[in-house]
Design a protein around this ligand. Structure first.
Ligand code: SF4
Length: 506
């Protein structure tokens, strides 16, 4: 049977570290924060832990709180996971301790459940001993997304209030309880039974003794793609994870698809009825979340982001001397804005690429200083210039306010903010951590009120229609709930990650 490698750090130390990391994260990320990347590999005759390491390394941007991997050699499932970046969690010794030709790997940013070692993934379960089952079933599961009926499911699973540490834990518990109650069923049977009870966003990877399994919820909020190696198969949140391991993209896993990969190759099952399938890929995967070299709906995202900037220049022109982007995510749209407007493109801010989770946590009064640790202006480039400053989104307003102040102090004559998405007004319940509505600057303020708060000479956002047009797939299904308040599914229950913060303009 398999095992889970324990972290050597005591729990109180882990929790203290991760609380600090969450506070730093709040300062360092002005855009919506990612919520996990998943990867899976099935390569007969090959030890796949190094390959899975490469795959999840390419998805590091989707979550930096914890990383983990589970492998199977056909006899046992072994899990290694810990807090920290992929490169910190794994080394040669740990990869060597992960034997087998099947692997899943996960990198996490928490949305439901706290940031702690217990919530790091993959989640592992083994069925109870049962005389009707020759051998217990063990499996591990990795989850990208966020369930919206976690508490209801936890109650149905018989979990005592407070014992469910995350929505992913609840999924694993529902599956193992189904298996314990139905000793003639296998993991796929259990998934076909449990999956239709889940609501919300979930792209899953699972491994048992002999199979790699991929699942995408019927709305397909979070991406998941299938790739082919010479001797095997991989699934991943984004296509760069296929590129790095030498796999070619076969297709995106369909919304509502249960994909089972064994030595015979992939087979699809459909746990949901056809009328339940309604593609709603997260629009912010295009705006910001996914890597620029990712492909979604057949489009390369870097090109889509340049188109967002081009349309923004058409919709919100301004007389200026230079267009610049807020590094890194505002850069492609800034290129597009400059190209379409004919205004010179330049670099006005330098980003400290080594900024991470290691510096001392700033308090409320030090937030602007926290931004300065990340970004520093190029004074000779900026001085006396009328600037168009392009960013992908405004969530709380902390970073753009500090950026405008920084640019003015560096001598900018005018600062015109241009945002390559519409105002972010509603919380996300499908796998992004944007905080509560009280934390969103656009929830209650008009564009001109936000402009005044940020201290910009002007502020303009891209419209929703233009954003969808810029994706290159305007007719495809998208979720835009955080921009419109129109949620594709009921979102009455939520396990809040943090207590609501004060209004950003308070
Ligand atoms: S609410 Fe917004 S961030 Fe969340 S899935 Fe929908 S589009 Fe994406």
């Amino acid at each position: 049977m398999g095992y889970v490698l324990e972290s050597p750090r005591p729990q109180e130390v882990k929790d203290e570290v991760t609380a600090q990391e969450a506070a730093v994260d709040e300062v360092m990320h002005s855009s919506p924060r990612e919520a996990c990347g998943v990867f899976g590999a099935f390569v007969p005759g090959t030890e796949v832990s190094h390959l899975a390491y490469d795959g999840i390394y390419a998805l590091q941007h989707r979550g930096q709180e914890s990383a983990g991997m589970a492998t199977s050699d056909g006899q046992a499932v072994v899990v290694v996971k810990d807090m920290g970046l992929v490169a910190n969690v794994f080394n040669e010794y740990k990869l060597a301790a992960l034997p087998g030709h099947i692997a899943i790997a996960h990198t996490r940013y928490s949305t439901t459940g706290s940031s702690s070692w217990h919530n790091a993934q993959p989640v592992y379960r083994m069925t109870s001993k049962n005389p009707d089952r020759a051998q217990p079933i063990e499996f591990a599961l990795g989850h990208n997304g966020n369930l919206t009926n976690t508490e209801v499911l936890a109650a149905e699973a018989g979990m005592l209030p407070g014992t469910a540490t995350s929505d992913s834990d609840v999924i694993a518990e529902l599956v193992v309880r189904h298996l314990d109650s139905n000793p003639t069923h296998d993991l796929v049977d259990a998934l076909n039974h449990v999956l239709p009870t889940l609501e919300g966003a979930f792209s899953l990877v699972l491994v048992d003794h002999g199979r790699l399994i991929g699942v995408r919820d019927p709305n397909g909020y979070r991406p998941l793609c299938l790739g082919k190696l010479d001797q095997g198969w991989v699934v991943a949140s984004e296509t760069p994870a296929l590129d790095i391991v030498g796999a070619h993209l076969v297709r995106e896993v369909d919304p509502g698809e249960l994909l089972i990969i064994d030595s015979e190759g992939p087979v699809s099952e459909a746990p949901w009825p056809a009328e339940r399938i309604d593609p709603k890929l997260c629009l912010f995967e295009f705006v910001y979340l996914a890597r620029p070299d990712s492909r979604l709906y057949g489009q390369e995202l870097h090109s889509a982001r340049i188109r967002m900037g081009e349309l923004l220049a058409e919709q919100a022109p301004v007389e200026a001397d230079m267009v610049m982007g807020v590094p890194d995510s505002g850069i492609p749209a800034a290129e597009g804005y400059a190209r379409r407007s004919g205004i010179r493109y330049g670099h006005g801010l330098v980003k400290n690429r080594y900024i991470g989770r290691t510096f001392i946590v700033p308090d409320q009064a030090q937030r602007a200083q926290g931004v300065r640790r990340k970004l520093n202006p190029l004074r000779e480039t900026i001085e006396g210039q009328r600037l168009v400053v392009v960013d992908d989104s405004i969530v709380r307003g902390t970073t753009p306010r500090a950026v405008v102040k920084m640019l003015r102090e560096a001598g900018a004559k005018e600062v015109h903010l241009r945002i390559s998405s519409p105002p972010y007004r509603w919380p996300c319940y499908y796998g992004l951590d944007t905080g509560t509505r009280a934390e969103l600057i656009a929830a209650d303020l008009t564009v001109s009120e936000i402009e005044e708060y940020l201290g910009a000479d002007s502020l303009a956002y891209l419209t929703l229609d233009a954003l969808k047009k810029a994706t290159g797939a305007p007719g495809a299904g998208f979720c835009d709930a955080c921009l419109t308040g129109s949620y594709p599914s009921e979102v009455s229950v939520r396990m809040e990650r943090r207590a609501p913060a004060a209004s950003p303009v308070a």
